[in-house]
Structures are given as structure tokens and as C-alpha cells.
Design a protein around this ligand. Structure first.
Ligand SMILES: Cc1ncc(C[n+]2csc(CCOP(=O)(O)OP(=O)(O)O)c2C)c(N)n1
Length: 249
């Protein structure tokens, strides 16, 4: 299989703005699926609503563009109906962690066998850039013009609070790690969640003073580093994989 086989070329170009991070995650996902030689009949993609959620309609596999916040329960239903399918969830932070936050708690707790790719652009992008649970403290958004007064949600903490867990943080600058993490998540037999640090230039970045998507990409390069060792939780600006297969050794 070639990565091109996983893309609906008749739907190109996408609706994503020039400079948006989502296209990078989309392409790396297609690369990862090709590396895994997953046939389109063996898998499905589910998304919620939002710019990231549009990806479900661009993958050349069976897919569901579900309602806002509900990607995880829809994906769980598919998996339970046909356990042989690899079910990949591709959606935004607002969808998976904000509006769908309760589903995240319980899908992770039940260790539902899903690979979840969450594009964290720290905002509700599609609707204009409102403050999300992932917005960093002090960041100006449409609904926090003086800066967010709150600390962002700790996704790693939520996922890894379960004894058996698989969590990765990746970024759209560090694409080798991103693609490797997607491959590992798809192969992990249980709930696997990747927080991909991305960015939204038009509805978030410009308000923060960035002039282009490229500037935001360089900020990811500067801020985030791959964790040196395999042990322990990831620091706020660390990328890597944290996992526990739940066996008591
Ligand atoms: C139940 C419900 N609430 C609100 C909306 C409006 N809405 C559509 S997209 C969106 C934001 C999506 O943000 P996110 O999931 O972070 O994805 P992004 O657009 O940033 O990729 C919102 C709030 C909706 N469609 N349905």
C-alpha cells in the first residue's frame, strides 16, 4: 500500500487554511497506515465536528463524521459491533477533551481498543477561536481577550490515571516521532491516545501575535523536546510515549 491509497483525491484540496497544522497530521496518519499495510477493509476512521473532524471525509476508508464531542462513543460502538476492525479516531481537542470530555474519561477507563489522534491546537478552531480546556493560562482567545485565567487540562494525567494505559505527546514539527506514535497507537491492543501539539494560525495564532503558520511551527520546534528516557510521565514540554500494559510484574 502507498500513503496515496488512503486519501480521497477527488476531495482535494481540503478546507483547511494555508498554514494549518491539521494537514500534517492527516498526511502522517496516511503514511503510518501505509507502513502498517492496513487494508482499507480492515479499518475505519471516526471524527467529531470541527476543522480536525473534516479528516474523516478525506480518508479513503469507511468513515463516520459524527456529532460534536461524540467521536469516542460512536467509535466504541463500531469496535464492539465488529471487533476485527482497527478503529482510528481523528478529531480536535475541543471535541475530544472539551465537549466530549466525559466520554474520554470512560473510554480510557474501560480501555476501549481505539487509536485516538487528537489535534491539540489549544482552541475551538472552526467556530472562531474560543477558549478551550487546552488553552494555556494567559493566552488571548476570542472569549478570553485579556488572557485565559485557567490552567490547561492535563490530558496525560487523565489517560494515565488508569493502571493500563497508552499515551503519547507528539508535535507537527517532530514528524518522525509523530508517525511512529501513530503506528504504535494503532497496534496497541487497548485505548491509545496521542495528543498532537498543532496550531491554528487564522483563528488562534494571529490573536497571539504570530504572522504565519510557519512561525507557529518554529515555536513548536523551540518549545518541545523529545524525552530522553522511557520512564516516568512527560513534562509539560516533553514529547514521548508513556505506557503500562497493566501487568503486575
Ligand atoms: C453540540 C455542539 N456544540 C457546539 C458546536 C459548534 N462547534 C462546531 S465545531 C466546534 C469547535 C471544534 O473545535 P475542536 O474540536 O478543537 O476542532 P478544531 O476546529 O479546532 O480542529 C464547535 C464548538 C456543535 N457543532 N455541536
Amino acid at each position: 500500500m502507498n500513503f496515496k491509497d488512503y486519501i480521497k483525491w477527488d476531495r482535494m484540496p481540503t478546507t483547511w487554511c494555508p498554514g494549518c497544522a491539521i494537514g500534517t497530521v492527516f498526511k502522517q496518519t496516511a503514511f503510518a497506515l501505509a507502513e502498517l499495510r492496513l487494508s482499507p477493509e480492515e479499518m475505519t476512521v471516526v471524527s467529531g465536528i470541527g476543522c480536525s473532524g473534516r479528516a474523516a471525509g478525506y480518508f479513503n476508508v469507511d468513515s463516520v463524521h459524527s456529532t460534536h464531542g461524540r467521536a469516542l462513543p460512536v467509535a466504541e460502538g463500531i469496535k464492539r459491533a465488529n471487533p476485527r476492525l482497527k478503529v482510528v479516531v481523528f478529531s480536535g481537542d475541543g471535541d475530544l477533551v472539551g465537549i466530549g470530555g466525559n466520554h474520554l474519561l470512560h473510554a480510557a477507563r474501560r480501555d476501549v481498543d481505539l487509536a485516538v489522534i487528537c489535534i491539540n491546537n489549544a482552541t475551538y478552531g472552526m467556530t472562531g477561536g474560543q477558549m478551550a480546556p487546552t488553552t494555556p493560562a494567559g493566552a488571548k482567545t476570542l472569549t478570553s481577550p485579556h488572557g485565559s485565567a485557567y490552567a490547561p487540562i492535563n490530558i496525560q494525567g487523565i489517560v494515565t490515571s488508569n493502571r493500563r494505559h497508552w499515551f503519547a505527546r507528539a508535535s507537527t514539527f517532530h514528524i518522525v516521532h509523530l508517525q511512529k506514535a501513530i503506528r504504535e497507537a494503532v497496534e496497541w491492543p487497548g485505548f491509545a491516545f496521542i495528543e498532537v501539539m498543532g496550531f491554528c494560525i487564522e483563528n488562534c495564532g494571529r490573536r497571539l501575535g504570530f504572522l504565519s503558520g510557519h512561525e507557529m511551527l518554529i515555536k513548536l520546534k523551540t518549545d518541545f523536546k523529545l524525552k530522553a528516557g522511557p520512564e516516568g510521565p512527560l513534562g509539560e514540554f516533553e514529547l514521548g510515549v508513556v505506557k503500562n500494559d497493566g501487568q503486575i510484574s
